[in-house]
Design a binder for this molecule. Structure first.
Ligand code: FEO
Length: 395
């Protein structure tokens, strides 16, 4: 995508990665992504805010050439991960006068990850300012969104926040701004779930700091820019709050159909009780959609058959994922079918140590469920409704 002017003298010069379908060889990217880099020119100095993934370095360089950029004084590096930092060595070759402006922790990461030499850095501290002449960059150290070295930049005169990964979205689009707000929010929620959710307590603290800043625009390093910052800030405040919904995420896998029958019965039993339910068949589930679904439900139910004495590997993966992402779910349990013996309950519940959940009585069935087993699932649905009511989630 060619350069886009955000404000006079502030230009998007990044790259849109339309085709990328996997991040960190882990996270599916159904809508691609972008690596946003911004050139900010002051009356005396010019700063490049973040770079792009190394495979898109040509596009960044081409955009700088299209703008006729002869000199870059500062490369602001918010975060050591290579999708933003990976083109720093190339920019330093083209603009040898540039200094990499970052904090001490990020400097150490850039040295080990990219072999940037010590003399190339200008190290800044929390709330330190850097003048570009008639423009001033202020750096806010904001660890754990999502690495320990992350920081944000606030452009004082225009009141623009550049938060790098924080508040971003994996969404390739030719629209510079969040025009289709519903679509952007959906992508941002998925991104939050996959990348930021484990760090909710840190995000709360960062919002306390940011409440002292007037923000007219949020320009992240992935996805569209928010020229209506409340769109993303208010959404984040909901996601990180302690409020959960009258909702169950039911992640299931079935080998010969018995666990599927149980999952289907529980789904219907919840629906007739007015509990919203999102079933995910783990054999076909997009793992990002499952992560997104975990942002706000009150209850997580895993459903698994027993294989080789324990839960199915897909159920183990779902439990691992839920535990790693640390959603704010309050209740959980396991249901499933087994043939002659099982350790699935101890195994799966033992994997949820990060979640502060109250456990419902598991429902395990020998073979294909019978009427009395369906009745146990009805009792589980009753319990779920009761707990949700007790938590004030049912009107
Ligand atoms: Fe977009 Fe953590 O890098």
């Amino acid at each position: 995508m060619p350069p886009h002017e955000v404000r006079p003298g502030i230009t998007w010069v990044g790259a849109v990665d339309w085709d990328r379908r996997l991040f960190d060889e882990l996270i599916p990217l159904p809508d691609g992504t972008s690596y946003n880099s911004y050139l900010v020119k002051g009356s005396q100095k010019a700063a490049l805010i973040d770079t792009v993934n190394p495979n898109k370095g040509d596009e960044l360089v081409s955009n700088l050439q299209k703008l006729g950029v002869k000199r870059i004084d500062y490369i602001i590096s918010h975060h050591g991960e290579q999708d933003h930092s990976g083109s720093i060595p190339r920019i330093l070759e083209l603009y040898p006068e540039a200094k990499v402006v970052t904090n001490e922790k990020c400097k150490e990461l850039l040295k080990i990850l990219l072999h940037v030499s010590d003399d190339k850095f200008h190290v800044v501290k929390d709330r330190e300012a850097l003048s570009l002449g008639d423009r001033t960059l202020e750096f806010i150290i904001a660890p754990w969104v999502h690495w320990p070295e992350t920081m944000l930049t606030y452009l004082r005169e225009e009141r623009i926040l550049f938060p790098c990964d924080f508040l971003g979205s994996h969404l390739a689009t030719s629209e510079l701004y969040a025009v289709d707000e519903a679509k952007v929010l959906d992508s941002a929620k998925r991104y939050y779930a996959e990348i930021m959710m484990p760090f909710r307590p840190h995000i709360k603290k960062h919002f306390e700091v940011l409440s002292g800043y007037k923000i007219d625009m949020v320009a992240p390093s992935h996805g569209p820019i928010y020229n209506r910052p409340a769109l993303i800030i208010d959404a984040y405040k909901d996601w990180i709050s302690e409020v959960v919904k009258n909702e169950v995420v039911l992640a299931y896998v079935s080998m010969h159909g018995s666990t599927r029958l149980m999952a289907q019965h529980l789904t219907d039993a919840l629906i007739v009780r007015g509990v919203h339910v999102k079933p995910f068949n783990l054999t076909v589930t997009d793992i990002g959609e499952l992560a997104k679904a975990l942002v706000e439900p009150a209850t997580l139910v895993l459903a698994s058959p027993t294989v080789l004495g324990g839960a199915h590997p897909l159920a183990i993966y779902a439990a691992y994922l839920a535990n790693a992402l640390k959603p704010k779910v309050r209740f959980a349990t396991l249901i499933g079918s087994y043939g002659w013996g099982t350790r699935a309950v101890e195994q799966v519940t033992g994997m949820l140590g990060n979640l502060k959940v109250e456990l419902y009585e598991p429902v395990l069935v020998k073979g294909k469920p019978r009427n009395e087993d369906y009745e146990k699932l009805d009792r589980l649905a009753d319990q779920i409704l009761d707990r949700h009511k007790g938590a004030g989630l049912v009107k």
